[in-house]
Design a protein around this ligand. Structure first.
Ligand SMILES: Cc1cc2nc3c(=O)[nH]c(=O)nc-3n(C[C@H](O)[C@H](O)[C@H](O)COP(=O)(O)OP(=O)(O)OC[C@H]3O[C@@H](n4cnc5c(N)ncnc54)[C@H](O)[C@@H]3O)c2cc1C
Length: 240
C-alpha cells in the first residue's frame, strides 16, 4: 500500500502500535534513533519462471549454495524460483542488471544456461543492520521493521516482526484487563533484547563470513544434539 495515495483518516485512541515499516513516521515523530550500518554489497534478486529443478533435479525448496566465499539462496515460490545473490560492493547497478553478468554469477553455483532466463525478472536491493534505541515511548509501541532491520539471510526479519506484534498485543490486552501497565513495557523491552541479541547477530554472521558459517554448519551436522540446537535457533523457536 502506498500511504501517500491514501486519504488520511483520523482516529482517537489511547495506545498507538507503530508497524509502519523502516521509513514510517511513528518512530521519526517520537525522535527515536535507529543506529546501525548499511551493508555495502547490493543483493541481486532474480525471479525465474523456469523450474530450476530442470538443472538440478533434487533442488530443495529452500537452498543455500556456497562457493569461494560467495553465496546464493534459492527459494521455490508459486510460479517459479527466486534467487538472491550478494554481489561485490564494486559491482555497478548497470552491470548487475545485465543478463550475461547474471548468468555468469549464477553459473558459479548452478549448471544453468541462458534459457533459464526466459520471462525472468531481476532487481537490486540493499539491506541494513539497525535496531531502534528503544521500541516504546509513553503509550506508543514500535514493531517489525519500524523497530529492527537486518539482511534477508535466514528469512528472519518479517518473522521477528510478527513475533513482536503477537507478543506486544497479547501483553497489551493483559495489561489493560489486569491494570498492570508494567507488563507490556517489560514485553516490549524483551522484544528489543531479542532484536539486539538474537536477530541481528544471527543474520549478520552468515553474511559477514559465509565460508566460516558454512563450515561451522557442516561441522555441527555430524552431532545430533548440536544440530537440534542449531535448528532451534534457525527456526527462531528461542526468539518467541
Ligand atoms: C528481498 C527481500 C526478501 C525478504 N525475505 C524475507 C523472508 O524470507 N522472511 C522474513 O521474515 N523477512 C523477509 N524480508 C523482510 C520483510 O520483508 C520485512 O521484515 C517485513 O516486510 C517488515 O514488515 P513490516 O510490516 O514491519 O513493515 P512493511 O512491510 O514495510 O509494512 C509497513 C506498512 O505500513 C504502511 N505505512 C507506512 N506508513 C503509513 C502511514 N502513515 N499510514 C498508513 N500506512 C502506512 C506501508 O505502506 C506498509 O504497507 C525480506 C525483505 C526483502 C527486501
Amino acid at each position: 500500500m502506498d500511504p501517500s495515495a491514501c486519504k488520511p483518516t483520523p482516529f482517537d485512541g489511547s495506545v498507538l502500535l507503530g508497524a509502519d515499516g523502516a521509513t514510517g513516521r511513528v518512530r521519526e515523530s517520537l525522535g527515536i534513533e535507529m543506529p546501525g550500518k548499511d551493508y555495502a554489497s547490493p543483493a541481486l534478486r532474480i525471479f525465474f519462471q523456469r523450474d530450476l529443478r530442470h538443472y538440478v533435479s533434487d533442488l530443495a525448496p529452500v537452498t543455500y549454495l556456497f562457493s569461494g566465499g560467495r553465496s546464493c539462496s534459492l527459494l521455490q515460490m508459486a510460479g517459479g524460483w527466486r534467487a538472491i545473490l550478494r554481489l561485490s560492493e564494486h559491482t555497478s547497478d548497470d552491470v548487475a542488471l545485465a543478463r550475461p553478468f547474471q548468468l555468469a554469477e549464477l553459473r558459479r553455483f548452478l549448471p544453468i544456461d541462458a534459457a533459464a532466463f526466459e520471462n525472468a525478472s531481476a532487481d537490486l536491493y540493499r539491506s541494513s543492520r539497525r535496531v531502534a534505541v528503544r521500541n516504546h515511548k509513553g503509550r506508543v509501541f514500535l514493531m517489525g521493521d519500524a523497530a529492527h532491520l537486518t539482511n534477508t539471510r535466514g528469512g528472519m526479519n518479517m518473522n521477528c516482526g510478527i513475533h513482536d506484534a503477537d507478543a506486544i498485543s497479547r501483553s497489551l490486552i493483559y495489561s489493560l484487563r489486569e491494570n498492570q501497565p508494567g507488563h507490556v513495557l517489560a514485553c516490549a523491552e524483551e522484544r528489543l533484547r531479542v532484536a539486539h541479541e538474537c536477530l541481528v547477530p544471527r543474520t549478520d554472521t552468515s553474511v559477514a563470513s559465509p565460508d566460516a558459517w558454512f563450515h561451522s554448519i557442516r561441522k555441527l551436522s555430524t552431532d545430533p544434539l548440536k544440530s537440534l540446537a542449531y535448528l532451534h535457533q534457525a527456526t527462531m523457536l528461542d526468539m518467541v
